[in-house]
Design a protein around this ligand. Structure first.
Ligand code: NAD
Ligand code: UFG
Length: 336
């Protein structure tokens, strides 16, 4: 298929582009490079021997999007572009609503004009809000606890309304749980700006000596060891989930929603142990207060994706740690 991938130089986007190219799809990436580097394209080329077409373009830039869509007839769009830091979203909510919500509306308006109506959206387990009834199923009530989550929820509603208004649209909402790890080549991976917000990149930076110790946010949650439990999923498994979603799109699926997770939760202390075991490096840590907004436990019921997409995560926590570490060790400064 001929695919337009927004946010394709980012963490999940770049891994997905690799899988798409290796499956024989033709890919055009658009990204404004606000949270990624153009060097990612060299790395994608190193892995696949194919250099995807790239346009530095903001999804809010209607004219440029129109130009790009006029030059090619895309079969489908995979929409990763967005701001994603939960804490930052509470400080600059307008930026999050403008970029994520207005950006997606703008993108869809352009696509509609060009009759491109096959769309995969990066949603998040964050739309399950403070729900305590794990595992989370796709039909659970949704809520948001911060502007980032709210932007994902709003976009889900907007896309649902769009598909209802015009059944020619095929839209798949993919709710990612906790993507971690990197491509096994060590050539692409997660390259956070500044101090990492997320657990795995923080652990990797402690391991490589960039940070002294990990702060574990709370050990008094109602979980087996008191630390937060999450459903970590290898980014390559997640990427493959998008290829399966494209198969659904080709069947004129209408609107579909799938959790992409392993269906299994690991606590913070279990992740530290797994990382230490696979790398042989000790991770010093300190228990500190809970992080505001965190929930105790989140993991997916991933059975719908297994049933309808024939997809399930294959890589275990050891592979996630091993690949995260290879990327970190071989690229201590990220893409430089
Ligand atoms: P990322 O920041 O690495 O990638 C997002 C990319 O979008 C970046 O390259 C950035 O430069 C680009 N971008 C941002 N705003 C843009 C705009 N207005 N126009 C064009 N490009 C723009 O993030 P990621 O981890 O790869 O996440 C991809 C998507 O998945 C995001 O929508 C994110 O919200 C969602 N998601 C991520 C996680 C996670 O833990 N990483 C979990 C659930 C959902
Ligand atoms: N944690 C620590 N120390 C850290 C970082 C995290 O103890 O330095 C803990 C957190 O308290 C939590 C767990 O590790 O218990 C995972 O935290 P992450 O920040 O890695 O992930 P979250 O589950 O908080 O959030 C992630 C994404 C969100 C997304 C959500 C659901 O950052 O964007 O998964 O998909 F919405």
């Amino acid at each position: 298929m001929k695919l337009l991938v927004t946010g394709g130089t980012g963490y999940i986007g770049s891994h997905t582009v690799v899988e798409l190219l290796q499956e024989g799809h033709q890919v055009t990436i658009i990204d404004n490079l606000s949270n990624s580097k153009v060097m990612v394209l060299d790395r994608i080329e190193q892995i696949t021997n194919i250099r995807p077409e790239f346009h530095k373009c903001d999804i809010l830039d209607t004219d440029k999007l129109n130009d790009i869509c006029s030059q090619n007839s895309y079969d489908a769009v995979i929409h990763f572009a967005g701001l994603k830091a939960v804490g930052e979203s509470t400080e600059i909510p307008l930026e999050y609503y403008h970029n994520n919500v207005a950006g997606t509306v703008n993108l869809c308006r352009v696509l509609q004009k060009h009759n491109i109506k096959n769309f995969i959206f990066s949603s998040s387990a964050t739309v399950y809000g403070f729900n305590q009834d794990v595992p989370f199923k796709e039909d659970y009530p949704r809520s948001a606890t911060n502007p980032y989550g709210q932007s994902k929820l709003m976009i889900e509603h907007i896309l649902e309304d769009l598909q209802k208004s015009d059944p020619d649209w095929n839209i798949v909402l993919l709710r990612y749980f906790n993507p971690v790890g990197a491509h096994a080549s060590g050539l692409i991976g997660e390259d956070p700006n500044g101090i990492p917000n997320n657990l795995m990149p923080f652990i990797s930076q402690v391991a490589v000596g960039k940070r002294d110790q990990l702060n574990v946010f709370g050990n008094n949650y109602p979980t087996p060891d008191g630390t937060g439990v999450r459903d970590y999923i290898h980014v390559v498994d997640l990427a493959i989930g998008h290829l399966k979603a494209l198969d659904q799109i080709e069947k004129n699926c209408g609107l579909k929603v799938y959790n992409l997770g392993c269906g299994k939760g690991y606590s913070v202390l279990e992740v530290i142990k797994a990382f230490e075991k696979t790398t042989g490096i000790t991770i010093p840590y300190k228990i500190v207060d809970r992080r505001p907004g965190d929930i105790a436990t989140s993991f997916a019921d991933a059975s719908l994706a297994q049933k309808e997409l024939s997809w399930q995560a294959e890589k275990d926590i050891d592979a996630m740690c091993k690949d995260a570490w290879k990327w970190q060790k071989e690229n201590p400064g990220g893409y430089v």
